[in-house]
Design a protein around this ligand. Structure first.
Ligand code: G4F
Length: 325
């Protein structure tokens, strides 16, 4: 039997690389879309998928161009499409709302439209986000909790979620959204989790310096990224497309994250962390906590890594990196 063919946008990111590994392990033919500059400079820009390059097919394309999305879909003829690419840094979305909205909303629309015309049987996954809940009206948040996004990023994800639902209802696409809460790993430096664990390793290695953080009272529901990509795959194996919250079901503050990370390396966070008001966001999402009972019931998915396990494994990975330098 011919292998199933999957197309991943954002294949060079944290989730894309874990998802590519998962699909390859299941015997899929994996295609990915990356920017032309990445194909020309794989060593620097494709670091997370270096080890997969001989086993996947990369296409040059841009979320900003309908023509390029259409061409990649026509050429690759995917049976499953995972749309993970986005401008995904919430704080950057305050600096440039226009590019965040353009890339994230148009990119999703272009891809859905290309699938509708060139591969209408393809199953589609949209990477929605708990940022859509924003100033949430209820805790924990579930699939029916009203959205109140607090950033251009959150707004762009609500639009992508609605586009996905509309293509499901109006054009009969098998299109699902995963409303994923924060999910981390030793890969990916951009978010507060890795910023903290990398600083812990630097300080533990004697290279000093203070760690500057913004709002340490914000609370997030953090899980382990490789487990979350399994939920994405499970969604596309369902006979009927639907939307699911994927979360750990625990909430912790940034301060608790820092406290645990520093103490795991035998350090006291209070001696090494400074608050920098510049890092505060104009509108903060104060509290996220996900109710993943629908994913557990329907997909049979549940998280396997505790908050403590996640933080410790990220610190250990960064300590090992620092030692190897
Ligand atoms: O790690 P963060 O930047 O992640 P954030 O904003 O929650 O977004 C992440 O999770 C979303 C899912 O809910 C994804 F959709 C999104 O793409 C991304 O993966 O910030 C977490 C919290 C915030 O409250 C922020 O204000 O940490 C606070 N924070 C405090 N100091 C900081 C810092 N965040 C960053 N990035 N850097 C700081 O120095």
């Amino acid at each position: 039997m011919a292998p199933r063919r999957a197309l991943i946008t954002g294949i060079s990111g944290q989730d894309g690389s874990y998802l590519a590994e998962l699909l390859l392990s299941k015997g899929y033919e994996v295609h990915g879309i990356v920017r032309r500059v990445a194909i020309e400079d794989p060593e620097h820009r494709l670091g997370r998928i270096q080890h997969l390059l001989e086993r996947i097919v990369l296409h040059a394309g841009s979320l900003e161009s309908y023509a390029s999305m259409h061409a990649v879909v026509r050429q690759s003829q995917p049976q499953e499409c995972y749309h993970l690419a986005a401008q995904s840094f919430v704080s950057y979305s305050f600096e440039d709302e226009f590019s965040t909205l353009n890339t994230n909303i148009n990119g999703t629309h272009y891809l859905l439209s290309a699938l509708k015309s060139e591969a209408p049987e393809c199953r589609f996954y949209f990477a929605a986000s708990s940022e859509m809940f924003g100033r949430a009206e209820e805790t924990p948040q579930h699939e029916r909790t009203r959205f109140h996004p607090r950033s251009a990023y959150g707004i762009s994800k609500v639009a992508g979620y609605e586009l996905t639902r509309n293509y499901r209802e109006a054009h009969r696409l098998h299109a699902s959204s995963g409303i994923l809460f924060n999910h981390e790993s030793p890969r990916g430096f951009e978010f507060v989790s890795r910023k903290i664990t990398a600083a812990v390793a630097r300080i533990a290695a004697g290279r000093g310096g203070k760690l500057k953080l913004g709002n340490m009272e914000a609370r997030r529901d953090w899980g382990y990224a490789p487990e979350y990509v399994e939920a994405m795959w499970m969604m596309l194996q369902q006979p009927v497309a639907d939307d699911y919250v994927v979360a750990s079901g625990e909430t912790h503050s940034v301060c608790e994250f820092a406290e645990l990370a520093f103490s795991h390396a035998g350090l006291d966070w209070r001696e090494h962390v400074e608050i920098d008001p510049v890092l505060y966001r104009p509108a903060e999402v104060e509290l996220l906590l996900g109710d993943f009972s629908k994913a557990r019931r329907t997909l049979g998915w549940k998280p396997g890594t505790s908050f403590e396990g996640l933080v410790r494994s990220m610190v250990d990975a960064d300590l090992a990196l620092a030692r190897a330098r």
